[in-house]
Design a protein around this ligand. Structure first.
Ligand code: MCN
Ligand code: MOS
Length: 764
């Protein structure tokens, strides 16, 4: 007996499986049944275990390391310190720029608390961990700069190419009838992916195999090859399943160099598992930011001037730009604009990309300020945004490829019931809870790059999609199966996808929300070519049933090959392959322009970001857009904020798989709720240590913190943005959530919180 207690939504289970279908994740079953093998679960013979030894001061140098006790401890095979020259060379940065000289993953100069000062390799993880505790280190300490607020911190170095200006912003601001000016701040935030980092490194002669979770197998393989002076093809980086990355798994790191060096020295595979606390210092999270936004407007709320001054912390030894001005010039039409950004070196690990770098803190500034302007002018916040809508890109002057932001505001407002909002702060309540409604918009650029894929058609009729691209949970396996199924004319369950191996065809990084557009383009092209070859075989092979049909083309649909009008034979792909005695059809295609279709061009395209195309490269300015509508309930006595409702509307162009897109958007929104209310790396002012470096103390939202989230698509296919018309999805969801919540909190309480997270003590 089956009882349907709710209707099966149209297309939910299976609706042909082509592009645009709501196919469930084809890797889902493997993951939930534990059959997906994650990097550190690979079982290798004779494996040794490495652990990192973090330093305990924030600034200074190591003057002595005593490793004698550790070396004598049971099971220990190798101890590495800054005294060891591992014979490594520098690897290129993301853009392929490479410095000359010797690379030392461990150095005596200490730039931040938690910086690794040694590594121990032993027979077991327990032996390595125990021995690591025996290492004695003497330091010479110097004064650390703890963070942006440290009196020692500089005002920061201006980033010249982020200075944006048109009109006379300062003068127009001074003359504007309505002026808003305030400082907004965001703290250090961390990726806290479920799967921590680490790797297994194994050598066979001068071939290195690395099992490591990776957002970019080809790019990370390049680093290993360059460290060890090997040809690119001598490194294979394997990463079929990844437990989340959010930007943290797009580069090889010093611990990878250590593990691979140790494996080479010992002549056996080495596993290095970064512990959860070490994930806060082995690579960087989102940099803390501060920004001043000054808005000048006339009494009707029409913007006259925007003056923006921002800064982020970076380390004393590396550069990370978290551009607080990334969204500011894009959202609104204004004829006088000025934005500058500075970098403030402090004693931290060099920060890195975390979901929607730049755009995310940038939206917190401008979208909080716009809400302040709405109150100052008495104009509804949705109305204010529509009034200042930019009909073309104010910075580049180029037309938008597509911008359905007005539609997003309208659809979101409608679904949320925005018209029922009473504008005064503290005017809506439910018993002891103050109710607040807030809105904010967001954006993320369309970044274009190149990809490559193999389509194989086997003699059993199964279609293979093969690429070195990755799936960290966002759905790459599934959308590439859908793309191949549609282009070839086979059911999606007849497609197998192989990803996550740098020896497979090239791909861009799964970062900057570009991979789906890049790889659907490559797979689509390869699948059409494979289909053509299949049809050619059917028309021309002497043993084909179509040989004498007189047809000059054939249809391939639902896995059957037939004459277009259905008046001739119809056979399955497997039957055709059997009759013609073919084992396999295989085609490889890339989306590179002809000039790059050579060894150097390929290496550059697959292993660097130097060929990525900016959103304004070409005739249009291309971006995804969103509008978030949030309801919060604030307990008046305790100052606790509960998000009780969110409706968000998006323009991300065509959706390859709406089910997966919805979960990408919701995932971003959930991270935005965490950012608004919970997440914050707490730095001990005495020693610059991040003290909440674990999942118990670094708070992220749990199910109880997350309300029903309604997401709406208002996009239309954007064929400037990608081959199939999609724009980026993965990052835009988080952009604008935190200001929408802060704006809702102001509406509920009358308190404007300008520094995240919005914790109870800031409200009472
Ligand atoms: N998609 C779609 N239609 C589109 C665009 C995308 O159906 N027009 C869907 C596809 O399922 C695709 C996914 O959205 O696989 C994400 O596509 P895209 O926006 O191109 O982003 P990438 O594939 O480049 O993924 C990276 C992006 C980034 S940069 C971060 S950070 C992030 C994110 O994806 N990290 C994630 N989403 C994540 N999701 C999970 N589960 N885990 C992470 O670590
Ligand atoms: Mo996403 S932060 O660009 O990996």
């Amino acid at each position: 007996m089956t009882v349907l207690d709710r209707p099966v939504k149209h297309g939910e289970a299976s609706d042909g499986g082509g592009v645009g279908g709501r196919q469930s994740r084809i890797d889902g079953h493997l993951k939930i049944t534990g059959e997906a093998t994650y990097a550190l679960e690979h079982r290798l013979e004779n494996l040794a275990h490495a652990v990192l030894v973090p330093g305990t001061i924030a600034a200074g140098r190591v003057i002595r390391v005593d490793t004698a006790a550790a070396e004598a401890a049971p099971g220990v095979r190798l101890v590495l310190t800054s005294n060891d020259d591992l014979g490594l060379k520098f690897a290129s940065d993301w853009f392929g720029n490479r410095a000359e000289g010797v690379y030392r993953p461990l150095v005596p100069e200490i730039a931040f608390n938690g910086q690794a000062v040694a590594a121990v390799v032993a027979e077991t993880l327990e032996q390595a961990t125990a021995a690591a505790a025996l290492i004695k280190i003497a330091y010479e300490e110097t004064t650390a700069t703890v963070g942006l607020d440290d009196p020692n911190a500089s005002e920061g170095n201006l980033v010249d190419n982020l200075t944006v200006a048109w009109g006379e912003a300062e003068t127009a601001f001074a003359a504007a009838p309505v002026r808003i000016e305030a400082e907004y701040r965001t703290p250090r935030e961390y990726h806290v992916a479920i799967e921590p980092h680490g790797l297994i490194a194994a050598w066979e002669g001068d071939h290195l195999t690395v099992y490591e979770p990776s957002q970019w197998t080809h790019g990370m393989a390049r680093s290993y090859a360059e460290w060890f002076g090997l040809p690119h093809e001598n490194v294979t980086l394997i990463s079929p399943f990844i437990g989340g990355g959010f930007g943290s798994k797009a580069s090889a790191s010093f611990y990878g160099a250590l593990a691979a060096s140790a494996a080479r020295r010992l002549g056996r595979p080495v596993k290095l598992a970064v512990t959860r606390p070490q994930t806060f210092t082995a690579y960087g999270g989102r940099a803390a930011t501060r920004q001043t936004v000054a808005l000048g407007a006339n009494a009707d709320g029409v913007l006259q001037a925007v003056v923006h001054r921002g800064a982020n912390e970076t380390s004393t030894v590396g550069t990370w730009v978290e551009n607080t001005g990334a969204a500011t010039p894009l959202l609104y039409a204004v004829s006088n604009f000025s934005s500058q950004h500075r970098l403030v070196p402090v004693n931290t690990v060099t920060p890195g990309p975390l979901r929607a770098p730049g755009k995310n803190p940038s939206a917190f500034g401008i979208e909080s300020a716009m809400d302040e302007l709405a109150y100052a002018t008495g104009i509804d916040p949705v109305e204010l945004r529509l009034k200042n809508d930019a009909e073309k890109d104010p910075q580049s002057g180029k037309p938008w490829s597509t911008r359905h932001l007005r539609e997003a505001l309208a659809a979101g407002a409608e679904a949320f019931g925005w018209a029922r909002r009473t504008p005064e702060p503290r005017s809506m309540r439910n018993g002891r809870e103050l109710i607040g409604w807030g809105v904010a918009i967001g954006t993320f650029p369309v970044i274009r790059a190149y990809g490559e894929a193999i389509i194989g058609i086997r003699n059993d009729g199964i279609v293979e999609v093969i690429s070195g691209a990755i799936d960290m949970g966002q759905g790459t396996y599934t959308i590439l199966a859908q793309t191949a199924a549609e282009a070839l004319g086979v059911p999606v369950d007849q497609v197998e996808v192989r990803l996550g191996d740098s020896s497979l065809p090239g791909s861009a990084v799964a970062g900057g929300s570009m991979l789906a557009g890049v790889m659907t383009g490559a797979v689509h092209k390869a699948a059409l070519a494979a289909r053509e070859e299949l049809v050619g075989l059917a028309l021309n092979d002497p043993n084909s049933p179509f040989r004498d049909s007189g047809a000059n083309t054939l249809s391939v649909a639902d896995g059957m090959i037939a004459a277009p009008r259905g008046d001739g034979p119809a056979v399955t792909i497997a039957e055709l392959m059997a009759r013609t005695g073919r084992d396999r059809i295989e085609v490889k295609r890339d989306t590179l322009p002809e000039a790059l279709r050579n060894d150097e061009g390929r290496l550059q395209a697959w292993t660097t970001m130097s060929l990525m195309r900016a959103p304004t490269d070409g005739d249009y300015s291309m971006h995804s857009w969103c509008a978030h509508f949030v309801e919060v309930c604030v307990d008046e006595d305790f100052g606790t904020v509960r998000v009780s409702r969110i409706v968000s509307a998006f323009d991300c162009g065509r959706l390859y798989n709406p089910k997966l897109v919805e979960s990408q958007w919701k995932g971003g929104i959930i991270m935005g709720i965490g950012q608004a209310l919970l997440e914050e790396g707490l730095v001990d002012p005495r020693n610059a240590r991040v003290v909440n470096n674990n999942l118990g103390d670094y708070l992220v939202p749990t199910n109880a913190d997350i309300p029903d989230i309604e997401v709406i698509s208002v996009g239309v296919p954007d064929l400037h943005a990608s081959v199939l018309g999609g724009k980026g999805v993965g990052e835009v969801g988080i952009v604008g959530v935190a200001p929408a919540i802060a704006n809702a909190v102001f509406h509920a309480t009358g308190k404007r919180i300008r520094d995240l997270p919005i914790t109870p003590e800031k409200l009472i």
